[in-house]
Structures are given as C-alpha cells and as structure tokens.
Design a protein around this ligand. Structure first.
Ligand SMILES: *[C@@H]1O[C@H](CO)[C@@H](O)[C@H](O)[C@H]1NC(C)=O
Ligand SMILES: *[C@@H]1O[C@H](CO)[C@@H](O)[C@H](O)[C@H]1NC(C)=O
Ligand SMILES: *[C@@H]1O[C@H](CO)[C@@H](O)[C@H](O)[C@H]1NC(C)=O
Ligand SMILES: *[C@@H]1O[C@H](CO)[C@@H](O)[C@H](O)[C@H]1NC(C)=O
Length: 360
C-alpha cells in the first residue's frame, strides 16, 4: 500500500513537472511589479502615504543585527544583490505590500536608532524583526508588544504625528515563531489548543492597539501551512510529505483569527482590519496553481549540509556549511522556512483581491 502510494506520487510529480516545463515558466521578471494605479480596477478612496510594519522575518527588511544569517551570502542574491537583512533571495512581503499601496518600502527601525535624515521617514517605518513572536520566542529580539511600544514612543515623541497615522496602513506578520518556540520547547499534543487561543488573543490585543494609535487600515497575515515548510520535513529528506497535523493546527489558528478579526471589525465603524491569507496563497503557489510557476515547488534553494547548519553559515575556517541550487527564483522556498523573492511574488499575486480592500 505504502509502496503503491509512493509510485503514484512519483508519477504525479513527473506529470506536474512536465506540465510546468511545457508552460511558460515565469522567471526573470524581477522588477516588474504591477503599478499601484493599474493594479486595482475600481477607483479607490483611500491613498495611504505611509506603511508601518510589525512582526517577524516574513516582513523584516533589515532590523536584525549583522551577526544574523540573513546578513550573509546567499541572502539578498537576487535583490539588492547583496545581503540586506531580508530573510529571502530578495524582496519580502513588506516590499510587495508597499509597492501595492504606492509607497517605497519603509526604512527599518534599526536605521532610525543609528540616526538617519528625517526625510527617510516619509514612507513610514518597519519594526518587524526576524524571530519575533507575539510572546517571547526562542530567538533573541523584541516581541510584538515591544515593537508596538517603539512605534508608540516615536508617536509620543512627535516623530510621527496623528495626521501621518490617519493616512497610513499597517502590515502585521506574526505567530510562526510562537509555534516554532512551542515545538522546540515542548510540542506536547495537549498544549496546542490553549497555546493557539492565547496567541490569537494576544494578536487581537496587538491589532486593537495599533488601530487605537490611529493607523487607518491594518492587514494581518493568516498563518502559512506550517506542515509544508521544508523545516518540518528535514527528517524525511524528500520534501514531499506534508505534516497534516501541523497544517490542521494552523487552520485552527486561522479560524480563530477570522473570528477575532470579524469581532474587531464590528467594534469599529469602518472595518479597518483585513486578513492576508498566507495559507491559501502559499498552497496555491506550492501546487503551481497561480500565474507564476515553479520548476520544482517542493525543493528549496539553499540548505545546510546537515541539520545543525542553516543556510548562510560557515565554519571558523570560512568553509561553507550549506549548498545552493542554480537559480533561486526557480524555487518557491529560499531556505527551510522563507520564500524566495519569486515565491513572495506568487503569494502577492494571490493576495491582490484582499489587498484592494485596504484602499477603501
Ligand atoms: C547581535 O545579536 C547576537 C545574537 O542575538 C548578540 O549575541 C549580539 O550581542 C548582538 N550584537 C549587537 C551589536 O547587538
Ligand atoms: C514582551 O517583552 C517585554 C520585554 O521583554 C516583556 O516585558 C513583555 O512581558 C513581553 N510581552 C509579551 C506579551 O510576551
Ligand atoms: C508542555 O505542555 C503541557 C501541556 O500544556 C504542560 O503540561 C507541560 O508542563 C509543558 N511542558 C513544558 C516542558 O513546558
Ligand atoms: C508533525 O509535526 C509535529 C510537531 O513538530 C510532530 O510532533 C509530528 O511527529 C509530525 N508528524 C509527522 C507525520 O511528521
């Protein structure tokens, strides 16, 4: 039975593979973002002037310190051509959302701390930090509450004023590291339900707070299909199995999140909260159902030579402890947990309809 299954699976994979090769494999269009004005067919009422970003490595554009692997080759190989602190080959979700609402990707908060000209604040600010959870995670760095504290501090200090916030949008990507942390530290089956409830309750508090400070529209990500992250498939090495247990837990998170956001929207008159469904958009990209096709969506671009090493690590002698494939943009995943720039582009293209809701 197992054997039959495997055969069937290989056959399916081959089929998918030739199907994709037979089509136009879209790559190398790295700088052709749709222009904001042409990307929505309805006239929009709201023209945001700033983007404020909170969360984790899916949104971080350079806040971690330079000892992080995201500051090492091959991160940033596609854009900007060298490591920039982004956990990808290039642009991440923040960059695509910024482009969509018609502003430049906001500067990382870290650069503000080191002193930058005021003019660089005109597009907002990115507080997202690789490793962040709503609660403290196994990774060093500020949690969500601390990120929002930093934002509030700048607001109280008149670095940003009320009018800035009224014309702004916020992007929030969080929760993956809360679940990573639980898996690493505990992972018991009984613990999940109460953890997920606690995480979604804390997200609700955080969203209410961001909007309460005056941000007009807030987009929060539903969690991605965790069971499909290469990270959770290292043991099998085939990267073809999906951990359905984890996926169903993530669907439970998303269900609670939908309920919480519906409630938040009822509390406020203009329904300011929207959910960016990373679950459906990752699935659509991984199943090659979108307009951007991946030669082998189940493989990732960069992998440590063994479980102890992450992409980008070297030993004391400078020897690389990872291997890379030829073309980062032919893969959906860049490393064991993060999409490539083309991966994010595919996700972004699946999120268009929801993103449009930010502009009403
Ligand atoms: C950078 O982060 C590492 C690990 O989190 C920490 O040990 C180190 O002190 C940090 N360096 C600076 C300059 O903040
Ligand atoms: C976030 O971090 C701060 C500072 O370490 C801590 O005081 C606070 O309890 C944390 N908040 C949550 C929700 O974990
Ligand atoms: C793991 O979670 C279970 C269920 O919540 C709890 O009873 C147990 O104490 C936890 N173990 C650790 C090491 O945190
Ligand atoms: C799925 O992931 C969970 C959490 O890491 C793990 O306990 C479980 O063994 C995994 N299941 C499979 C089939 O790999």
């Amino acid at each position: 039975m197992m054997h039959m299954h495997k055969l069937l699976y290989s056959a399916l994979c081959c089929l998918l593979f030739s199907f994709v090769l037979g089509q136009e494999v879209v790559q190398g269009q790295l700088d052709r973002h749709p222009q904001p004005s042409s990307s929505h067919s309805h006239p929009s009422h709201f023209r945001p002037s700033k983007l404020f970003v909170f969360g984790d490595s899916y949104a971080d554009t350079g806040n971690t310190n330079k000892s992080q692997f995201s500051w090492k080759y091959p991160y940033g190989i596609t854009f900007p051509g060298k490591p920039s602190g982004r956990f990808s080959s290039g642009r991440v979700l923040t960059d695509f959302v910024a482009k969509f609402i018609g502003v430049r990707s906001p500067i990382p908060y870290r650069r503000w701390k080191y002193g930058i000209p005021l003019l660089s604040l005109r597009y907002g600010m990115n507080f997202a930090y690789g490793g962040t959870g709503v609660f403290d995670s196994v990774f060093a760095g500020p949690n969500m509450t601390t990120q929002i504290d930093s934002f509030e501090f700048l607001f109280k200090d008149n670095v940003f004023i009320a009018r800035d916030l009224e014309s702004s949008v916020s992007l929030v990507t969080v929760a993956g590291n809360d679940y990573n942390t639980f898996i690493v530290r505990n992972g018991s089956a009984q613990g999940w339900q109460s953890l997920i409830t606690a995480v979604v309750n804390q997200i609700t508090i955080d969203l209410r707070r961001i909007h309460g400070l005056g941000v007009k529209r807030v987009a929060v990500t539903a969690i991605e299909p965790f069971g499909r992250l290469p990270f959770f498939q290292l043991a099998t090495a085939s990267f073809r199995q999906c951990n359905e247990t984890l996926n169903s837990l993530m669907r439970f998170h998303n269900l609670l999140l939908h309920q919480a956001v519906a409630k938040l929207n009822k509390e406020t008159k203009d329904s300011p909260f929207v959910i960016l469904d990373l679950y459906a958009s990752f699935m659509s990209a991984l199943n090659n159902q979108g307009s951007i096709k991946f030669v082998n969506p189940l493989k990732h671009f960069c992998i440590g030579i063994s479980r102890e090493y992450v992409c980008g690590t070297e030993d004391e002698s400078g020897a690389k402890k990872y291997t890379i494939c030829e073309d980062p943009e032919s893969a959906f995943f860049f490393d064991i947990a993060h999409p490539t720039q083309n991966g994010w582009r595919a996700v972004y293209s699946a999120l268009q309809a929801t993103l449009r809701q930010l502009l009403y």
